[in-house]
Ligand binder design. Structure first.
Ligand code: GMT
Length: 375
């Protein structure tokens, strides 16, 4: 098939899923066209089946806000017509689903029919989409999509609860490439970070409020009272400086390293003993899946789709949002006993294997075929 993929090209989860999906589809022989404003960060591979079409918006002085959605719709019309695409798959509803709808209407005037699949990722529904500003457009564009998928049962339910949706939503969970995300012995790295055999806790995110990154520092400050440990904070975003200050205030700055954005996340995860994800809302929790694939158990909140990934008492523990004490106790419980820690690590990997790319990719291919057949 010739597939157009629209996504945010950044480090966010939806962009990562879209890019990894496109790369895997290209390896399966499909022709994949990315249409977005920058080269997606993980589109680092050269393949004869992969194409990138830039969307650029002219900076006309009249525009206080650049009309990206219109530029995207126009670019979609252009790419679908000239590359003769079979299907458009847009990731994150805002504004991609409505831009695709507009492109579809314009293409119809050329006698071209293109089915559109929208994948809902999380904050497009749970935060941004609920904002009254966007609600009518999000509702309309989901209902007008020819196919709709969500990354968890929880997000599917939220979408039906928050919006008046007439379309069937198919759940296709996030996936992991186990060739890339797997445990790699990095003893020298581990020794450099934890020279006295301390346990290593890791958090990776874009440091937005929804991630509750200050809870990570608070949990860690409790854990080090019982277990010698180090904390690695990976990523960057608005909450980072507050976390750095909090680490100083709580007296754990010396045991905490802020690493900023990192490409080789799997190498950092390979030295980790525990992953912390205390998010306020999390539709799936791709970062936790990446950790589990590297044999790292997860202490997370029990919000959104996290219970569909992290099995309480088996691959880690789930606690209420904001239950810093409970998350710290659960962390100590796992870390204080070597055999127990090893069991949790083994269980984390076994669970991650269920979400192997090899199992999830055919679900997207079958869904594309179904949508094309009925459109
Ligand atoms: O929160 C992020 O890191 C970015 C956000 C996005 O849409 O770009 O991630 C969401 O999509 C990911 C991929 O489907 C999910 O694994 C994340 O759970 C989800 N984030 C939230 O729901 C907060």
């Amino acid at each position: 098939m010739k597939i157009g993929i629209v996504c945010y090209p950044t480090f966010g989860g939806s962009g990562v899923v879209a890019t990894e999906l496109g790369k895997a589809l290209a390896e399966r022989g499909h022709q994949v066209h990315f249409i977005t404003y920058n080269q997606p960060v993980r589109l680092d591979l050269f393949s004869e089946n992969l194409f990138y079409h830039e969307v650029s918006v002219s900076n006309y002085p009249l525009f206080e806000f650049q009309p990206y959605e219109l530029a995207l719709a126009s670019r979609l019309v252009d790419v679908v017509r000239f590359e003769k695409l079979d299907i458009l798959h847009v990731h994150y509803a805002i504004p991609h689903a409505s831009a695709a709808f507009m492109a579809k209407q314009i293409l119809a005037t050329y006698g071209i029919s293109i089915p559109v699949v929208t994948t809902l990722h999380g904050t497009d529904i749970t935060l941004v989409g609920k904002d009254r500003t966007f609600k009518p457009v999000v509702t309309f564009s989901i209902n007008k999509s020819d196919g709709v998928t969500s990354v968890s049962e929880s997000l599917r339910k939220d979408t039906y609860d928050f919006f008046e949706i007439e379309n069937e939503i198919k759940v296709i969970p996030n996936f992991i490439d186990l060739n890339r995300f797997s445990f790699k012995a990095k003893d020298h790295f581990r020794k450099a970070i934890a020279p006295n055999g301390e346990k290593i806790l890791v958090h990776t995110s874009n440091f937005r409020k929804v991630k509750r990154t200050e809870d990570v520092v608070r949990i860690f400050a409790e854990v080090v009272k019982k277990v010698p440990a180090k904390l690695l904070m990976v990523g960057d975003g608005g909450e980072r400086s507050g976390c750095e200050q909090l680490a100083r205030d709580l007296g754990v700055a010396d045991q905490t390293r802020f690493l900023g954005k990192q490409d080789a996340i799997e190498e950092i995860l390979s030295v980790a003993d525990l992953f912390l994800m205390p998010s306020q809302s999390e539709s799936f929790g791709l970062a936790a899946l990446e950790a589990m694939a590297c044999k790292v158990p997860v202490i997370s909140s029990n919000t959104g789709g996290l219970p569909e990934l992290n099995v309480d008492g088996e691959t880690g523990f789930l606690k209420d949002v904001g239950d810093v004490e409970g998350m710290a106790e659960a962390s100590v419980y796992i870390l204080e006993d070597e055999q127990r820690l090893q069991n949790f690590k083994d269980n984390a990997l076994a669970r991650a294997k269920i979400f192997d790319l090899k199992n999830i990719l055919p679900q997207y291919e079958d869904y594309y075929a179904e949508v094309v057949a009925r459109s």
